[in-house]
Design a protein around this ligand. Structure first.
Ligand SMILES: [Fe+2]
Ligand SMILES: [Fe+2]
Ligand SMILES: [Fe+2]
Ligand SMILES: [Fe+2]
Length: 404
């Protein structure tokens, strides 16, 4: 697949910000601001373009494990009270490090996510001091700490002074001297204005080279699996949903005789189709009781959010539609766009069918997993009612019958 991977990562980071907001109080575009703050400091220290791209990729994914970590904490009854203890910080660093091992940049920057909360004085979760902490990790720590303590979502001169005071006061203890001095030498009030509100999107885009790479199918599958993993852990009840759809989509691709490239695009679509769910509060996704009308409306928003996230990425136009229309129905009763049969192509119809098939064959708080035969009975009923494509339902029946 041909992609600008950093574009994909920025888009995903906007969704991850919602999780960080839920658990740690971060504000919109937190990850992009962390990328910018660490990158200007890295630039001041003389990092080249390749290292800056690796740095920003790690920066936008720095808290990729918060879904998994947050969920395991909630399961064990820990109150995520916006002031995590050191042992809690360790968990999301370790899980986050493991998750990014599939990323193409990983070989050039191991241990960056692992040590993104280490402090110069060794009082971080792993007690590493400056000499034992990779430079990129120290840069991300600086950007993250600034934006969590003094959100730069909106600009004021007063806030600018707060930021420089905060960084200066941490020199030699919270932050190492070299990084503190580099940051203070390049951080101006104009720079701060350039990342307030939506501006950060353009500022970051203009600052870094746009590199489009062609990722071979096998590598793309590993990367997609990582995205699916992060998304699925948002809710225990759907913890294999995206992964399941990705695998089944690729299998259907093989059944149709599509080439490997197409199969990997289908796998990717399945992996990210519910990315909008990252911005739905876990309390609603995890609620075992019947949802209120209002809560159901909130959950439904995830399909539109998936669309808004994916359409930012150049080169993903077709896949954005395949993924975002998975709740549309042929008779126009679906959401979010109320598309009708004439507006839905084969691939869009396929993901609508697969999403229901996967959901029916999963355990949920209110029901046990249905067998293949039970699920197919419901899919055929939907097809007879004019909601789903009957031919695709038959293909799913043939393709997955052996798994029943
Ligand atoms: Fe973190
Ligand atoms: Fe953060
Ligand atoms: Fe969905
Ligand atoms: Fe789904």
């Amino acid at each position: 697949m041909k992609l600008c991977m950093n574009d994909v990562l920025y888009a995903i980071s906007d969704a991850l910000d919602c999780v960080e907001h839920e658990y740690l109080g971060a504000t919109t575009y937190h990850a992009r601001r962390v990328a910018f703050l660490s990158a200007i400091t890295g630039k001041a220290l003389g990092l080249d373009d390749r290292s800056l791209l690796n740095l920003t990729a790690c920066a936008v994914l720095h808290d990729n494990a918060l879904t998994e970590y947050g969920l395991s904490e909630l399961r064990h009854g820990v109150d995520l009270d916006k002031s995590p203890k050191l042992f809690q910080l360790r968990d999301h660093c370790e899980i986050g490090e493991r998750n990014v091992q599939a990323m193409p940049f990983y070989q050039s920057c191991p241990d960056v996510i692992l040590y993104h909360h280490e402090q110069a004085d060794g009082n971080g979760p792993f007690h590493k001091k400056t000499a034992d902490t990779p430079l990129l990790a120290r840069l991300i720590h600086l950007g993250d700490a600034i934006d969590i303590n003094i959100s730069m979502h909106d600009f004021s001169e007063d806030k600018y002074r707060k930021v420089t005071d905060f960084v200066s006061s941490g020199r030699g203890s919270f932050f190492d001297e070299e990084i503190t001095d580099a940051f203070l030498s390049c951080f101006t009030s104009e720079a701060m204005q350039s990342i307030s509100g939506d501006e950060v999107r353009r500022t970051l885009h203009d600052m870094l080279p746009v590199i489009v790479n062609d990722y071979p199918p096998q590598q793309m599958t590993r990367i997609s699996a990582m995205f699916a993993h992060i998304i699925d852990f948002k809710s225990e009840f759907t913890s294999h949903h995206s992964t399941g759809i990705a695998l089944k989509a690729a299998e259907l691709g093989r059944y149709y005789g599509y080439n490997e490239e197409m199969q990997s695009q289908m796998y990717f679509t399945g992996a990210v189709h519910d990315i909008g769910k990252l911005s739905i509060p876990a309390a609603i996704l995890e609620k075992p009781e019947k949802l209120t009308h209002e809560e159901f409306t909130i959950i439904q928003q995830h399909a539109l959010i998936t669309y808004e996230i994916l359409r930012q990425v150049t080169g993903l136009e077709e896949i954005t539609d395949w993924a975002s229309f998975h709740h549309e129905k042929l008779d126009g009763t679906g959401y979010p766009f109320h598309k009708t049969a004439a507006e839905l192509n084969h691939m869009e119809r396929l993901f609508a069918c697969l999403d229901i098939y996967q959901a029916l064959t999963e355990n949920r708080p209110y029901k046990k997993a249905f067998s293949h035969a039970e699920a197919l009975r419901i899919l055929y009923e939907n097809a007879a009612d004019g909601k789903l494509d009957a031919n695709i339902v038959t293909d799913i029946d043939i393709c997955f019958r052996h798994e029943a």
